[in-house]
Structures are given as structure tokens and as C-alpha cells.
Design a binder for this molecule. Structure first.
Ligand SMILES: Nc1ncnc2c1ncn2[C@@H]1O[C@H](COP(=O)(O)OP(=O)(O)OP(=O)(O)O)[C@@H](O)[C@H]1O
Ligand SMILES: [Mg+2]
Length: 182
């Protein structure tokens, strides 16, 4: 998929995506990161047209959603209803509001999921987890590929103020680059 010069405005004073360009190869695992409000969800919503892009193109192989198609390229931003329906059958989207507790770390969120199994409410409130809990949480994180930092993605695109601020391999996202995104 190739995103070219993608813009989204929600009104004259709300230009959220300001010319996004990036490519993702077939089977590549790409993470999109950035501060709250950087435009990550808006970008993803443009990709399945839950949000209508203001301008720009989102190029994919037509064969992804149409088994009878040749190797031609389709612009998702310009698809008509019938093709859009076919495309949406191929685009999985997990929404972000899943009752995660934002100030807690990933492992604490996982551990908190086991609160109902714990005997003491006081320990639960103080987030004192038993010695068995942590390894169990780690096993579950591993099952969904979230244990090792490297498993987050093959490549990362970082957004800042609606623009691509960094694009590259995980190892190239240095501490100082992360600080500049934050
Ligand atoms: N439907 C909308 N109407 C007006 N403004 C919107 C709308 N959706 C998003 N925005 C604005 O666009 C900006 C980017 O929002 P978006 O939800 O894409 O950010 P995000 O990077 O996903 O943030 P978070 O990490 O908090 O999920 C924010 O300023 C937000 O208020
Ligand atoms: Mg979001």
C-alpha cells in the first residue's frame, strides 16, 4: 500500500493530516506511533474510509479486494460503494477504546485483567500482584506478540502534528528521536 499526499481537515481550523506519505510492503508489520492527537486514528480511518480523506491517494493492488481483478492499482480514496464494501471485507480494524487503563503500563493492564481472580481487594487496589501473576501475564503477552519490543513491527512510521516525522526500522528510532516525537 502506498499513501501519497494524504490530507484530512475536519474544518477550516482543523487540518489534522498534512500531506502524509509512506509505503508498506505486503506482509510487512508496520507500527504507526505518535503523541495523542498526532493523527494516527484519523490516518487509519482514512485507510478504510471511515473518515473521508480531504485529498490524496491510498494505492493498493485491486486484487487484494477483488479476486477477479488483474494486477491493476486502485485508489481507496476514490472507490465507489460496491468496491469499498469489498475492500472493507479485507481490512481488519480493532478500535482503541477497549477499556485499557491509560496511565498503567502494558503489563499492569494485563495483570489488572486478572483482578477478578484475586482474593484480596486491598491488594488489588494497591496493585500488589502475586508472584505467579507476572510470569502468567508475560506468557499471555508473548502469545499476542507483544513481549519483545522488536515484535511491535518490522518498521515504524511516527507522526507529529499530522506529518510523518520518522520512517524507518525500529533500531533507527533512537532515544533522541523518541524525545522529539514526544
Ligand atoms: N471527527 C472529528 N472531528 C473533528 N476533529 C477530529 C475528529 N476526529 C479527530 N479529530 C481531531 O484530530 C486530531 C487527531 O486525532 P486522532 O484521533 O487521529 O489522534 P490519535 O493520534 O489517534 O490520538 P490518540 O493517541 O489519543 O488516539 C485531534 O486534534 C482530534 O481532536
Ligand atoms: Mg487514536
Amino acid at each position: 500500500m502506498e499513501v501519497k499526499e494524504l490530507h484530512k481537515s475536519f474544518g477550516p481550523s482543523s487540518h489534522v493530516l498534512r500531506g502524509i506519505n509512506f509505503k508498506v510492503e505486503q506482509s510487512e508489520f508496520l507500527s504507526i506511533i505518535g503523541l495523542s492527537g498526532a493523527g494516527k486514528s484519523t490516518l487509519l480511518r482514512c485507510i478504510n474510509r471511515l473518515v473521508e480523506p480531504t485529498s490524496g491517494t491510498i494505492l493498493v493492488s485491486r486484487s487484494i479486494f477483488d479476486p477477479y481483478a488483474d494486477d491493476s492499482i486502485a485508489d481507496v480514496a476514490a472507490l465507489k460503494q460496491r468496491e469499498l464494501r469489498l475492500l472493507r471485507r479485507k481490512v481488519g480494524m480493532i478500535f482503541q477504546q477497549f477499556n485499557i487503563v491509560k496511565p498503567l503500563s502494558v503489563i499492569e493492564n494485563v495483570l489488572t485483567g486478572g483482578l477478578g481472580y484475586r482474593q484480596s481487594s486491598l491488594k488489588s487496589c494497591l496493585r500488589v500482584f502475586s508472584i505467579d501473576d507476572r510470569p502468567r501475564a508475560l506468557i499471555n503477552l508473548k502469545r499476542v506478540g507483544l513481549l519483545h519490543h522488536r515484535a511491535y513491527a518490522d518498521r515504524i512510521v511516527a507522526l507529529k502534528n499530522g506529518q510523518v516525522f520518522f520512517e524507518g526500522a525500529n533500531k533507527d528510532l533512537t532515544e533522541s528521536a523518541v524525545e522529539q516525537i514526544s
